[in-house]
Design a protein around this ligand. Structure first.
Ligand code: BGC
Length: 482
């Protein structure tokens, strides 16, 4: 929507809309500049010196063939919920059966004590096993893939030294430590019959699960509470692993942890609202890219804009109204913005209802226009920036044609996210206009298979297969084999 199309919007608000458009719009030239810097930063992360983007080797060293079999548990500890799944990879190529239960991850656990978190997780797992298997005392240990979606250093596939919490988590005593022994001791205290086979990032799971059913999948992405991507690198292009003397063509899935892109603030066009999100977060200076894109932050960016425009003398939106609800940090999530963008009515009556019901605020029609435009700008910026990451991996790897598997609430539910991302990718990679609207893009971002469930089970299966074949890289300590 262009500014000119707003009717009955007073001059001061029009000016403000124009200002917001300047702040949040990212033109093609800038997208390209961000992408080029991104490519360099991906390389830097793989180097011995390292950079902001961790580029974590995951010890996932092959794609599935589609013929993997077995029954596995998967635990998904993302950012919002806990999920436990039992996945059976069947004899039919690329087929699986899944049963699953979701558990709420209580808000207080995210900033509480580590023990409480692990005990809660162990309880959920126990409940799941008792429901589906009955008496646990008679069970052999079931192999589990643990999807732990935070940046973790892995020297082995069943290790994860937490680099830092993201997505608003702030539990003391975990950063810098291997989370696996903490998790396992909670399981053994409870007598939960589980053997952890692999610790997995949700992006790596997404990559592997998507490649299981579609061999064109080359990148796995999450656009959800957090954002990130994984792809398959060859060991010869990972200087920081050179000391292991792995054959150069050996594949190694890399969990980029691209949320940390541009923590130095060299290229991203941050607004004062982004700066405030960062300084008020539990980890200032971290996850600069993620804080402009991910679902956890979109509603908060919007809220900060609204509060600012209420306080500014030039605009004074919602004048003489009680904005105490709006003043509560993180009171709006990204579904609030989705609802605004989805309002089908010309007079934005659903948006007005939303403001009234959730915030106790009654916006006038000009304010409603401003609200809608702000949501569009924030949502569009997120989708366009996301495309820079996909373009950067594709450029780095020389992918001209491939599929990208994407999952997460923002990708799946935020209106127009996919189309806006695809348009930005076209601009960055300079594809000619489509002649046929049904034509596939050379690099197409598609809905992924369930990475944290099926992907985790597949990675557990691939790991057990490697053990059987005696390929113990990343499973045994390097000194224990040659
Ligand atoms: C985490 C990543 C994760 C992403 C999506 C980020 O905050 O650091 O490990 O893949 O969120 O869940």
């Amino acid at each position: 929507m262009a500014v000119g199309s707003f009717i009955d919007v007073p001059k001061n608000l029009l000016k403000e809309i124009e200002h917001l458009e300047q702040l949040f719009t990212i033109e093609t030239k800038k997208l390209k500049e961000i992408t080029d810097h991104f490519v360099n930063e991906l390389e830097k992360g793989l180097s011995v010196e390292g950079g902001s983007i961790p580029m974590n080797p995951t010890w996932v060293m092959s794609f599935p063939t589609g013929y993997e079999t077995g029954t596995f548990l998967a635990l998904d500890m993302g950012g919002t919920n806990l999920r436990v799944c039992q996945i059976t990879l069947t004899d039919q190529k690329s087929e699986f059966d899944i049963i699953q239960s979701k558990y709420r991850l209580p808000e207080e656990l995210k900033t509480g004590e580590a023990d409480e978190l692990w005990e809660y997780i162990a309880d959920c797992l126990m409940q799941f096993i008792e429901t589906h298997h009955g008496d646990v005392s008679k069970l052999d240990k079931i192999p589990l893939g643990f999807t732990f979606s935070y940046p973790a250093t892995q020297n082995y596939i069943d290790e994860g030294i937490l680099q830092r919490w993201t997505k608003g988590f702030d539990i003391t005593g975990v950063e810098g430590h291997n989370v696996v022994p903490m998790f396992e001791s909670a399981l053994s205290r409870r007598g939960v019959p589980i053997k952890l086979s692999a610790l997995i990032n949700d992006t790596t799971g997404t990559l592997i699960a998507s490649a299981y059913t579609d061999p064109k999948m080359k990148i796995g992405c999450i656009f959800g509470t957090g954002c990130n991507a994984a792809y398959m690198e060859d060991c010869g292009s990972i200087p920081k692993l050179a000391h292991l003397n792995l054959p150069p063509e050996t594949p190694m899935a890399i969990n980029c942890e691209w949320g940390a892109f541009d923590n130095e603030h060299k290229v991203l066009p941050r607004t004062p609202y982004d700066a405030k999100i960062d300084s008020d977060s539990p980890r200032p200076g971290q996850q600069a890219f993620e804080k402009m894109i991910a679902g956890l932050y979109l509603g908060e960016i919007f809220r900060l804009v609204m509060v600012d425009l209420h306080e500014k003398d030039e605009t004074r939106i919602f004048e003489n109204q009680d904005i105490s609800k709006l003043q509560r940090p993180y009171s709006l999530d990204s579904s609030f913005l989705s609802s605004i963008e989805e309002d089908p009515f010309e007079n934005l009556s659903e948006t007005a209802d939303l403001f009234r019901n959730q915030l106790g605020i009654s916006p006038n029609s000009a304010e409603l226009e401003l609200i809608r435009r702000t949501a569009e700008l924030i949502g569009t910026r997120a989708a366009r920036l996301s495309a820079c990451g996909v373009a950067a991996i594709s450029k780095k790897k020389g992918f001209k044609e491939c599929h990208v598997g994407a999952d997460g609430s923002v990708f799946n539910k935020y209106p127009n996210f996919k189309a806006r991302g695809a348009a930005a990718l076209r601009e960055i990679l300079e594809w000619p206009d489509k002649t046929d609207p049904n034509e596939e893009d050379p690099i197409e971002i598609l809905a992924a298979e369930d990475g944290s469930g099926v992907g985790a089970a597949l990675i557990a299966a691939l790991t057990l297969q490697r053990v059987k074949q005696g390929n113990m890289h990343g499973i045994l300590h390097p000194e224990n084999f040659s």
